[in-house]
Design a protein. Structure first.
Length: 313
């Protein structure tokens, strides 16, 4: 079930941000919280005083925390993520960056069936129909703009994660200017934003992240929707196909599980890069178009992150 903004906000603390950025451990946070009892000092001041983080690291984390709360307000209080968002600042200038490159046919796997290309069977395999919300059934506009983006796409992480880079961000330029990055722990379930046919999938690269040398070494799912628009889900976790159980040529419904977040390719941390591309008759990633994301799909059982330990462990 999608969390309300108030529930998410109450759980978001600067300590959590510092842990996610690898600056402190949960044990160190617990120790600092214990020291805070009976003192007038704030948690961040104690962390600095104990030498666990620097003042600069603390200020960056606080700045990032404010941005994350602001983004959460926009996403969870409104019905869509507006594509005219200003660039989302990240505390670490390298965090969330990925390749600003055009991905063409030479970087995509062969179209010869199986898990790494288009289905040789041709006809898509349909899954059982589920009732979609009205906004997911409406046809897509033929002339999307920043002021009037495409609507009819549900949240690919069902509200999990946080927006680490918006449209026209540091690496979202050129072909990818209308893409979004959602930071999320590795193994977070990914859902199709809209019904469509699987154009291609790739699942063979490790979740080691890296720089430009790994620009073409990313796992992905690529869907084609009504009107010829295509959505791409990039940096997926190695091995996701064994659990998502999809292949090129399949038909997927909005909200259907299609993969898990990873750290493959040019990436500095686990996240999902998602974009919607303009219609094209060629087999290759095309220019992106402005699109808005609604809060969540109407889906049945929510997939669980297999990397999240059970309570008590």
């Amino acid at each position: 079930m999608l969390k309300t903004y108030r529930q998410q906000r109450e759980k978001l603390r600067v300590g959590e941000v510092l842990i996610q950025k690898g600056l402190i451990t949960p044990a160190q946070l617990s120790q600092a919280l214990s020291l805070q009892h009976g003192h007038a000092l704030k948690l961040g001041e104690i962390l600095v005083q104990e030498g666990l983080v620097t003042e600069q690291e603390l200020q960056r984390a606080l700045f990032e925390q404010r941005w994350r709360n602001w983004v959460a307000t926009a996403m969870l209080s409104l019905s869509t993520v507006v594509t005219a968002f200003p660039k989302v600042a990240v505390a670490n200038p390298n965090e969330g960056r990925e390749a600003n490159h055009r991905i063409d046919t030479t970087l995509l796997d062969s179209r010869q069936g199986g898990a790494s290309g288009l289905s040789a069977a041709g006809a898509p395999t349909r899954q059982p129909m589920v009732r979609k919300p009205e906004h997911l059934r409406a046809p897509l506009s033929r002339t999307p703009t920043v002021a009037s983006p495409l609507v009819g796409f549900c949240h690919p992480l069902n509200g999990q994660g946080w927006l680490s880079q918006g449209t026209r961000g540091t690496t979202h330029q050129g072909r990818m200017e209308f893409a979004y990055d959602f930071a999320a722990s590795i193994g977070t379930p990914i859902y199709a934003m809209r019904a469509g046919r699987v154009l291609g999938v790739r699942d063979k690269y490790p979740d080691t992240g890296g720089g430009r040398e790994n620009a073409a070494r990313f796992n992905y799912v690529w869907l084609e929707h009504d009107g010829g628009y295509r959505s791409a889900y990039v940096h997926l976790q190695q091995g996701f196909l064994s659990r998502a159980n999809i292949k090129a040529g399949d038909w997927v419904e909005a909200g259907q599980l299609i993969g898990y977040t990873g750290n493959s390719g040019w990436s500095t941390g686990p996240h999902l890069h998602v974009e919607v591309q303009e219609p094209s008759s060629t087999y290759g990633f095309n220019n992106t178009v402005p699109f808005a994301i609604s809060l969540a799909c109407e889906i049945g059982e929510i997939a669980k992150n297999p990397f999240t330990p059970a309570q008590g462990q």
